[in-house]
Write a protein that binds this ligand. Structure first.
Ligand code: 5AD
Length: 358
């Protein structure tokens, strides 16, 4: 691509990011803020090339089961926070979760992601029992947990029961910013500690942040990128912040598709073999947001396998999209969307493989 001289600088930074997998803080800021026409496409092309080098055209489908929307925490941004009296609460029992997995297995899924609020009903023993039942019935499947902060011993127990992966977004790598998004009883240091525990135990770990969350600055985003580079997670989940009407951030602006996809490309260039989901939040703020995410190098999509009646209740933010009533419909829809941008939906375990790039 021919770049006019006066526009060269940020494009050169993209080249440097690709070559060195790193930039200085100031350079990251320039890349995040750059508004030259054509810059996003330039960055995305590089990110796609890296993604295709390691993962070809494959997009991994993971079966998501949102098994409880009861939560003991009160995060200021989240629709299922403890003090929201209007959230219609639900829990799936072990048998219901296993039924979702069985249906997902029939559809070809080989990864199940169990996500929920921090719900004390699911004791360590119960979680371990659910994990081991899934692994017993489907030994060829990976189980991912996403159930928030617990003790190291609890994480170990789940791992021993067969859990392979754990998703715990760090939300923001800046302590002060963390404290603006969470009540005092939640601690930035503890969250980061949990992420380190998960890694030590041997999980494939996913972290991530919201894009455009209240009070977020470009410096915070640079800190996030710095943290991702140092922590080297196997997966990074990012999505735009979207206000929920029953939270104190109801009137805040949502994050943008543009900034989210730009960050996806940047993260791909930082961590070439990372698994990057095109998230539901991205599909919520733009009807083709997830497709745009794929074109910016995302390579994972998580269709919802939860029963249709509870899906409408797992509302972290307003207007959350839900695919058709049947899991099969969700898979068909997703497969079509993935094909529409030239990629191929696959359902195998799709473990993160360290490709010797680090
Ligand atoms: N907008 C976007 N993402 C949200 N999450 C929670 N609330 C919101 C919101 N209002 C994200 C958080 C959390 C994940 C499960 O969902 O990053 O870790």
């Amino acid at each position: 691509m021919e770049v006019p001289f006066e526009r060269a600088y940020p494009f050169e930074l993209a080249d440097k990011l690709e070559a060195e997998r790193n930039l200085t803080d100031k350079e990251f800021e320039s890349v995040i803020l750059c508004d030259y026409p054509g810059f996003d496409e330039y960055l995305a092309e590089k990110a796609r090339a890296v993604r295709e080098k390691y993962y070809g055209k494959k997009v991994y489908l993971r079966g998501l089961i949102e098994f409880t929307n009861i939560c003991k925490n009160n995060c200021y941004y989240c629709g299922i926070r403890r003090d929201n009296p209007n959230a219609e609460r639900y829990r799936l029992n072990e048998e219901q979760i296993l039924t979702c997995c069985a249906a997902g297995y029939e559809l070809g899924f080989r990864t199940f992601v169990l996500q929920g609020g921090e719900d004390p009903y699911y004791t360590d023993d119960l979680v371990a029992s659910i994990v081991s039942s899934i692994k017993e019935r489907h030994p060829d499947c990976a189980v991912t947990l996403s159930i928030g902060e617990r003790e190291k011993e609890s994480y170990q127990k789940f791992f021993d029961a067969g859990a392979d992966r754990y998703l715990l977004r760090h939300e923001t790598a800046d302590k002060e910013h963390y404290e603006m998004l969470h009540p005092a009883e939640l601690s930035f240091d503890h969250r980061m500690q949990c992420l380190r525990y998960l890694k030590e135990i041997g999980y494939q770990v996913g972290c991530g942040m919201m894009v455009g969350s209240p009070y977020q600055t470009v410096e915070h985003l640079v800190k996030d990128l710095r943290f991702l580079r140092e922590f080297e997670p196997e997966m990074v989940g990012i999505g735009p912040f979207i206000p929920h009407h029953d939270t104190q951030f109801a009137d805040r602006k949502a994050g943008t598709v543009g900034m989210t996809v730009r960050l996806l490309s940047i993260i791909r260039l930082l961590l070439p073999d990372v698994l990057l989901p095109a998230t539901t939040a991205l599909g919520t703020i733009d009807p083709i947001g997830r497709e745009k995410g794929l074109l910016a190098s995302a390579n994972v999509i998580m269709p919802n396998l939860s029963p249709a009646d509870v899906r409408k209740k797992y509302l972290l933010y307003d207007n959350k999209i839900t695919a058709g009533d049947e899991a099969a419909e969700a898979v068909r829809d997703m497969t079509k969307r993935i094909a529409s941008v030239g990629y191929e939906a696959v359902v195998d375990r799709g473990d993160h493989v360290s490709l010797g790039t680090k």
